[in-house]
Each structure stands twice: as C-alpha cells, then as structure tokens.
Design a binder for this molecule. Structure first.
Ligand SMILES: [Fe+2]
Ligand SMILES: [Fe+2]
Length: 174
C-alpha cells in the first residue's frame, strides 16, 4: 500500500538527513549542491502536502482525540500553511545570497529552524489526527496521488513557492 503517512514521514526523514549533510559540506560547491536539492525539496514537500494531504485532512480530520484535545483540522492546516510560508520565505532569501556567505548561512539556519519546528508539530498534530480519522483505503489513494505529484514535479519546475493566505486556502478546500 502507498500510505500517505509513510510517504510524508519518509520525506521528513530525508529532509532532516540532508541538513546533516550540509554540516558535512566543506566547500562552497558542496554547500551549493546539497542546498540546491534540499531547498527544492522543501518547496516541493510543502506544495505536495498542500495539494494532496491538507485538503484531505480538512475533509476527514477532527475525530475526538484525547491525545490532541485541541486538535482541529482548520487550526492544524492554518499552522501548516503559516509554517510553510516561513520556510518558503527563508528558502527564497537563501537564493539571494552566495552559498557559504554569512547571509546565506543565516537564511539556511532560518529555514532549518522553521522546518524543524514545523515537522515536529505536523508529526504531533496533523498526522496523528489523520491517522485516527482516515481509512486505510484513503491513505492509500492519497499515497498514490503523492507519488504522482512527485512524478510530475521531479524538479523545482511547476512548484508554486509564493506565500499563501491560510484563510483563503481553508475556505477553498473546506
Ligand atoms: Fe508541512
Ligand atoms: Fe511535512
């Protein structure tokens, strides 16, 4: 089964590992090569979730959960869009500077911090909500959509990295 939860989590794991690879990089070329892939994936991951995962969470999430009593799909989605925007902003800022420069490191650190906090929250709130609310069949269907999304966007081409308005997004998908 192509489980959306597994696929999202596998991406999170990959993103975290790539930040460690950045720590191993010695030259400007190495930093640029790793960041090129990692930053593209940060944008692609956010867009994939906004295309496949969050619309389904808004429709199907929200089952009563004693482990996440404040859990509400709209709040979870709003938090996610806000975080995705902050990550996109930092990625965009990094692209204005030369890899290895102080400004570049500052933007990368900002992306890393925002991303780290976001993954933690997503794994603590939105994903558990979906696991508890959605059928295995739906998780499989979305998993297939996720794979198709990446097949169609295997580079940064076609990724919309502009900030989104959370209220508009939620209204559109609710
Ligand atoms: Fe996310
Ligand atoms: Fe994510």
């Amino acid at each position: 089964m192509a489980d959306i939860i597994e696929l999202v989590y596998a991406d999170h794991d990959w993103l975290r590992r790539q930040f460690f690879r950045l720590d191993d990089a010695k030259s400007e070329e190495e930093l640029a090569a790793i960041w090129d892939q990692l930053s593209a994936r940060l944008d692609a991951h956010a867009e994939a979730e906004e295309t496949v995962f969050y619309p389904a969470l808004l429709k199907h999430g929200g089952k009563d959960d004693p482990g996440n009593p404040e859990g509400d799909p709209e709040d979870e989605t709003e938090d996610a869009i806000t975080d995705h925007n902050a990550i996109r902003d930092a990625v965009r800022a990094s692209r204005r500077h030369k890899p290895g420069s102080q400004e570049w490191f500052e933007a990368v650190l900002k992306a890393r911090t925002e991303n780290g906090e976001h993954l933690d929250e997503e794994e603590r709130e939105a994903m558990p909500d979906f696991i508890k609310s959605a059928s295995l069949e739906l998780r499989h269907q979305l998993g297939m959509q996720w794979l198709q999304f990446y097949a169609e966007h295997d580079t940064t081409r076609g990724i919309d990295n502009r900030d989104k308005d959370a209220d508009e997004y939620i209204a559109k998908h609710s």
